[in-house]
Design a protein around this ligand. Structure first.
Ligand code: SAM
Length: 233
């Protein structure tokens, strides 16, 4: 297993997930770039979003992913997150049907009830991936899709940058970050029973460089990845 500290080029003070997102929440939606995840979701050819009746949005945060799912015509959406402050914002936005405080590795949601399980931008916070893919499999109905958008391991390694935010005092604070190779995802997903149906990688392109001109040195480096898994019935 890779350890982020071997790549850390920033040396920011690190806090746990609930502490970090509990403090980032106020500026979260204005600092996360849609290019990271929503642009990749836009590129996927499967699943047929409009046909999804019930989705489990794991690590739902403030509901950015759910807002995108609603735009695609997804029916009911249940969200799970372990940070109460993120859930409070999600509640105020009304993008989910139901919201639960819990862990994506043991959600307490109904087994076999969801035709979509989605987790966007949470994989780097999990020390191991297999418990997540096992739980997603448990929640999935036969034929369901599981969509994972990941922080690309190449970018974490080459930039040495953890997931982080800047607090009111201007301090950059890292949130506990783990490096998962794409092969770690494939091994964990297949091990849990999933079949990989589609995969995309998002590069630092002109859209990114317009947002972050200093990232010219990362031009064409992959920064995120989307994996679509299928539970064959
Ligand atoms: C970067 S945010 C992503 C939120 C949303 N999916 C989005 O794309 O904007 C990561 C979220 O995952 C949650 N999270 C991280 N690890 C988790 C875990 N093990 N169980 C539940 N939620 C978790 C955090 O609390 C945070 O709200």
């Amino acid at each position: 297993m890779l350890d982020f500290s071997d790549f850390d080029a920033r040396g920011y003070r690190t806090v746990d997930v609930a502490t970090g997102y509990g403090r980032w929440v106020g500026t979260y939606e204005e600092t996360v770039e849609d290019a990271m995840d929503l642009a990749l979701l836009d590129e996927l050819t499967v699943p047929q979003w409009g046909g999804v009746r019930r989705a489990a949005d794991l690590g739902c945060g403030t509901g950015r992913t759910a807002a995108w799912l609603r735009q695609q015509g997804v029916g009911a959406i249940d969200g799970v997150d372990l940070t109460p402050e993120m859930l409070e914002v999600a509640r105020s936005k009304g993008r989910h049907d139901r919201l639960f405080e819990g862990d994506v590795r043991d959600t307490g949601l109904e087994a076999g009830a969801y035709d979509l399980v989605i987790a966007s931008l949470i994989d780097e916070h999990l020390p191991e991936l297999r418990p997540f893919y096992d739980e997603a499999w448990k929640l999935a109905a036969p034929g369901a899709a599981c969509v994972v958008v990941a922080f690309h391991p190449h970018f974490i390694m080459t930039s040495g940058m953890p997931t982080h935010f800047t607090d009111e005092a201007g301090e950059h604070i890292a949130i506990s970050t783990h490096v998962h190779l794409l092969s770690d995802h494939v091994t964990a997903g297949i091990g849990a029973g999933w079949r990989l149906a589609e995969m995309r990688e998002g590069l630092i392109d002109e859209r990114w460089l317009a947002l972050k001109p200093k990232w010219e040195k990362y031009r064409n480096h992959p920064i995120s990845a989307a994996l679509v898994w299928r539970k064959d019935s």
